[in-house]
Design a protein around this ligand. Sequence first.
Ligand code: C2E
Ligand code: MG
Ligand code: MG
Ligand code: MG
Length: 291
Amino acid sequence: VWDPSAALARGAELRTAQALHRAVAASAAGVAADPADGCLEVHYQPSVDVRSGVVSGVEALVRWRRRDRLVPPGEFIELAERHGVIADLGRAVLARSVADAPLLCAAAGRALVVAVNVSAPQLRDPALPAAVRGAVERLEGRPLVLELTENVLVAEDPGTEAALDALVEAGAHLTVDDFGTGYATLAYLRRRPFTAFKIDRSYVRDIESDPRTRALVEGLVLLASATGLGLVVEGVETEGQARLLEGMGAPTHQGFLHARPAPLEQACEVIAALRARLDGTDPAAAAAPGE
Ligand code: C2E
Ligand code: MG
Ligand code: MG
Ligand code: MG
């Protein structure tokens, strides 16, 4: 049946996808994009280790700046996947993150773990392993983490294992993102290539109010220590949540309590301020003792 409104919607989606494609191509080539297409921007959100008192890592989160709007990834990653743009987009984000890593690490005063998100269709990008290898080399010892959500493995595609192995072979560490939100989550942790997981923020949101959620998170902390897997907790928004998590033995936190994702320059400022706060010294005060 001819449905004119569905046809219109498909046309609009196609035009949006084409604009995104051009924005990605311009970003990858480092040239100015057509303002109507906009451009990709990578924002950074630090994670902190509240026990050792350091900024431990930074996650790259892509945005699409278009027509005075900063479009969040929730609005265009799926589109990029459906229209074959995600492979180029993913490599552009990786390249940008690697280029920005020295400034971010300088602000932290240490080698940060650099984390980049990878979605399922990117595993079929034949150019990804070489791009990852290049990224690892340019990071000069700073660890590169690729965050994969559970949908990556749901498909049971026989190529998936090999693709994951190729990324590890290229020098990346693999993390399960949004842990606890998918099906058969535990099965992923049996797959050798993963070295860490991130507890989804929906757990953290209820950790103070819901005893069962709290118990589940405690169980996940035990699971991490029993398996030797790394653990990051996302979506930490309150001091109460942070204290509870630290008490459980989960000290690596990412969330609005510490910092929101921000563009490079601003992220560096936030990281420097976090660093000063975490080790209890204020560099501004130390630099100007006579004031
Ligand atoms: P994610 O990888 O789980 O990233 C964490 C998301 O939670 C980010 O949303 C971040 O801004 C948000 N967040 C961090 N701390 C808090 C908090 O304390 N409270 C709340 N309410 N939210 C918090 P964002 O930037 O909108 O990204 C959404 C998702 O888009 C990401 O989820 C990731 O799956 C995907 N994504 C982002 N960048 C890329 C990319 O370059 N490539 C791919 N393939 N996916 C990406
Ligand atoms: Mg992530
Ligand atoms: Mg997540
Ligand atoms: Mg997510």
